[in-house]
Every structure is written in structure tokens, then in C-alpha cells.
Design a protein around this ligand. Structure first.
Ligand code: NDP
Length: 256
């Protein structure tokens, strides 16, 4: 197999019906992988699966709320039976946010963000480990955020969940290297998706983002999926434990 192809490989991408996850599904499938994905909305999932079939991509999927322990278990059972107990690629993409001042968060909101953004990814790694190991060449990619390394006004729960993912990347990279599983993480700045489109409509905020960003624009989902794909390819076989920003230069810019 070529260093720049995912032919014959299998992947699980969580949250593939919109935004960054959708772009990742298409990128991996376009490089030849058989992809399994999930989301909570059945109609939207089926619409995507139909479109992918039309494009000639090998994608299947099922409804799963990644924040539910039982549904995660079922998801990985589906993947195991479809891919004969082996999985090359796990992309933990699902994540969400609730923005408010720290003292206004309820206990329910706190636990929803911790569960959706961190616990779900952690548990999916545990569940997928035997499959990744059995494939003999495994790769995990987390979708984190620049909010995991600096304050970006996105609330005090979201940032810490992403910081936890950044550290988990390093722990698993070391612990599972012996199983030939690489673990890396991609940390985007503002990317135009349904998660943030309502924020980008606010002229004042958009202007602030653009002046702070050396490349002077927000990113597109395809500008994240490309590095995710690279981290899954044989071409990146010596890269593990890394958190890579996709941020138009934001995190290296102190003055503007
Ligand atoms: P979107 O909200 O646009 O898309 C999220 C996708 O995941 C949808 O397909 C959604 O479908 C699915 N999803 C959401 N929650 C769940 C769940 N509990 N279980 C299963 N599927 C779910 O988000 P983005 O593409 O913007 O974000 C993807 C990741 O990138 C997140 O981890 C986010 O934190 C991160 N990120 C995004 C940035 C941005 O600016 N957009 C910047 C930095 C990081 P459905 O709702 O139907 O379940």
C-alpha cells in the first residue's frame, strides 16, 4: 500500500453529519478508507449516507448519542462486527459548547460538557483499543481546540475539557505505542460550522477574530480534515503524541 493512501483501512469518525466531522468522513473515504460514522439525528444521517453512496464513498453509520455509555458500547459493537474486529482509525470529533459566565453554569450543564467532550472520547478509546490493536496499524485523532491551550472567551468548562484531551493524547501515545497505535490531536481556531455560525454572524466578534488571526480569516472544515487525514496515513508513521494547531497563526501571535 502507498504512503499516501488509506486503501484497505477502516475508520470510525464520531459526529460525521456536519462541520468538521463531515469533512473528515469525506477526506478519509476519498483516500480509500471504509468509514463508519454516527450522529444523533437519524434523518440527517441517512441523507448524508445517501449522498456519500452517490459519490462512490464507502461509508456506513448508525444513530448514536456519544454522550451515552450504552450507545457508545453499541456503536463499537456495530463497528467490530462490520470490520471483523479490526479498526485502523478512530477520530474522536464529537464536541459541543455552552457559553456563559462561570458562576452561571448549572451542575447539569457542567456534566453535559464534561461527558460529551471528554468522557465520551475517553471511553471510546477504551472500547476501540482491542480493535485498533488487532488491526496492527492503529491511529487515534482527537479534535481539540485552541481553547485547550489559551483563553478564547468560550467558557470555563469547554477549555478544560479540551486541555484534558490534549494531555490524554500524550498519555495514550506513550501507553499504546507498544500496540502500534499512534495518538495525535488537532486543535482548531474558529472553523465555519453549525457549531459557531451564530457567533460568526456577530460582526464585532468576527472582526475581533480576523484582526487577531495572522491569516485574517476563519478556517473551513476541509482545512482541518486534511491534517486529520495526514495523521492517519502511513506517511505520518513516526508522528505520535502531538497536538497540532490549525489556527491561521493565532496561537503564535501576541501582538497585532
Ligand atoms: P458541529 O456542531 O457543526 O457538528 C457536530 C457534529 O457532531 C454533527 O454531525 C452532530 O450531529 C454531531 N454530534 C454532536 N453531538 C453529538 C453527540 N452527543 N453524539 C453524536 N453525534 C453528535 O460541530 P463542529 O464541526 O464545529 O465541531 C466538531 C469538533 O470540533 C468539536 O469537538 C468541536 O469542539 C471542535 N472545534 C470546533 C471549532 C469550530 O470553530 N467549529 C473550533 C475548535 C474545535 P447531531 O447534532 O445530529 O448529533
Amino acid at each position: 500500500t502507498s504512503r499516501w493512501s488509506l486503501n484497505g483501512m477502516t475508520a470510525l469518525v464520531t459526529g460525521g453529519t456536519r462541520g468538521i466531522g463531515h469533512a473528515i468522513v469525506e477526506e478519509l473515504a476519498g483516500l480509500g478508507a471504509a468509514v463508519y460514522t454516527c450522529s444523533r439525528n437519524e434523518a440527517e444521517l441517512n441523507k448524508c449516507l445517501k449522498e456519500w453512496e452517490g459519490k462512490g464513498f464507502l461509508v456506513s453509520g448508525s444513530v448514536c448519542d456519544a454522550s451515552s455509555k450504552d450507545q457508545r458500547q453499541k456503536l463499537v459493537e456495530n463497528v467490530a462486527s462490520l470490520f471483523n474486529g479490526r479498526l485502523n482509525i478512530l477520530v474522536n470529533n464529537v464536541g459541543t459548547n455552552i457559553r456563559k459566565p462561570t458562576i452561571e453554569y448549572s451542575a447539569e450543564e457542567y456534566s453535559k460538557l464534561i461527558t460529551t467532550n471528554f468522557e465520551s472520547s475517553y471511553h471510546l478509546c477504551q472500547l476501540a483499543h482491542p480493535l485498533l490493536k488487532a488491526s496492527q496499524v492503529g491511529s487515534i485523532v482527537f479534535i481539540s481546540s485552541v481553547a485547550g491551550v489559551m483563553h478564547i472567551g468560550s467558557g470555563s468548562i469547554y477549555g478544560p475539557t479540551k486541555a484534558a484531551i490534549n494531555q490524554l493524547t500524550k498519555n495514550l501515545a506513550c501507553e499504546w505505542a507498544k500496540d502500534n497505535i499512534r495518538t495525535n490531536c488537532v486543535a482548531p481556531w474558529y472553523i465555519r460550522t453549525s457549531l459557531v455560525e451564530h457567533l460568526l454572524e456577530k460582526k464585532e466578534l468576527l472582526e475581533k477574530i480576523i484582526t487577531r488571526t495572522p491569516l485574517q480569516r476563519v478556517g473551513e472544515p476541509e482545512e482541518v480534515s486534511s491534517i486529520v487525514a495526514f495523521l492517519c496515513l502511513p506517511a505520518s508513521s513516526y508522528i505520535t503524541g502531538q497536538v497540532i494547531s490549525v489556527d491561521g497563526g493565532l496561537t503564535v501571535n501576541a501582538l497585532n
